[in-house]
Ligand binder design. Structure first.
Ligand code: LMR
Length: 344
């Protein structure tokens, strides 16, 4: 069985390491031995290969190709090579790709604002609280909503908790005042930044590094694996470990494509995907931890830990965000969310 690498990110030779892997994948010997697949699934995503999402997509490919004897092939397009934040969902709806895994923050823009529940700051104390939503009826109801857009939601998985970065520590609300903070296209995240006194600027993930470097924006938020693999430490001097919000994903396919598959193929693909998502959930924490270790070793970013009191002040400042979301979605969604979280 071909092993899927979970290499910790390397401090410096990361790019060279990736280039070496990419080169190996193109060896003609490996290609000649492969029968041509009858079905090819195109899986597009916007992050680097050594993130939880990148590794899960690659593991999914290995599992599907092995179990189908290469009758079903998977082409993975990482790093927004094919489509970025603004067009990947449309590409899926049009059938230009077959699978995408956007962050849950990016479903509001296709008419599903209820996914922004996951963006509420300080909502989840830990990942087991996230599971109460994703594995329960509320999580299923959210996925079913995708049918309104001709899509099928196949499952959730984690990246982890987000941290704040800028060219100064961001430990309390006053630190955010006047900063332009890059955000994903989520009204909840935008409201969170406003509540902290910052100005949210919505930008595609692929544009973030450059926008930080050129001063178009001053700071951003993301789990450490995304921060590290986008080389954001080269354009940000301070990373504050606020753990203020959750970043997770849903894997989505096109209804027409999905229904067109033979039942047995659907089952094989779904089984491989659920295993790949379980794998991502297992490694997400360690990927973020090894990215943090690599960042510390690289030495060009200062890492800050807020005190419990500072975190409490951040939490208090963003409290109005929940009420704003309730007015947009209806109080019922918030009640269902609270009920699911307290069920234990
Ligand atoms: C983002 O900041 O846009 C990230 O959430 C991208 C991703 O898919 O992890």
């Amino acid at each position: 069985m071909a092993a899927v690498s979970t290499h910790p990110p390397h401090p410096k030779p990361r790019r060279q390491w990736l280039a070496a892997c990419a080169g190996a994948a193109l060896l003609p010997v490996a290609r000649a031995a492969m029968p041509l697949p009858e079905i090819t699934l195109r899986f597009s995503h916007v992050v680097a290969e050594e993130t939880p999402k990148g590794l899960a997509a690659n593991r999914f490919k290995v599992l599907v190709e092995q179990r189908s004897g290469s009758r079903i092939g998977v082409q993975v397009f990482p790093n927004g090579q094919l489509y970025g934040d603004s067009d990947e969902m449309q590409a899926l709806q049009l059938g230009a790709v077959d699978l995408v895994a956007p962050s849950l923050s990016k479903f509001g823009r296709i008419g599903l604002p209820e996914f922004e529940l996951f963006d509420l700051p300080f909502l989840f104390d830990d990942l087991s609280a996230v599971r109460r939503i994703t594995l329960g009826p509320l999580g299923q109801r959210l996925l079913q909503g995708l049918e309104r857009q001709g899509l099928v939601g196949l499952g959730y998985f984690d990246n982890g908790f987000k941290q704040m970065s800028a060219n100064r520590p961001l430990l309390e609300p006053k630190d955010f005042v006047g900063l332009r903070m890059r955000v994903q296209a989520s009204q909840v995240i935008a409201a969170q930044m406003r509540a902290l006194g910052a100005r949210p600027v919505t930008l595609a993930f692929s544009e973030t590094h450059q926008a930080l470097g050129s001063g178009v924006v001053d700071g951003t938020e993301n789990p450490v694996s995304n921060f590290w693999t986008q080389d954001m430490h080269q354009v940000q001097s301070d990373l504050s470990l606020t753990n203020h919000g959750y970043l997770g994903y849903a894997v989505v396919t096109n209804q027409r494509f999905w229904q067109h598959l033979a039942r047995a193929d659907r089952a094989l693909i779904n089984q491989a995907l659920q295993e790949a998502l379980g794998f991502a959930n297992q490694i997400a924490d360690t990927q973020n931890a090894s990215a943090l270790a690599a960042l510390r070793q690289a030495g060009n970013v200062r890492v800050h830990h807020p005190t419990p009191e500072q975190r409490q002040r951040l939490r208090r400042a963003v409290q109005p965000v929940q009420q704003q979301l309730a007015s947009r979605l209806g109080q019922r969604w918030i009640e269902d969310l609270q009920a699911a979280l307290t069920k234990g």
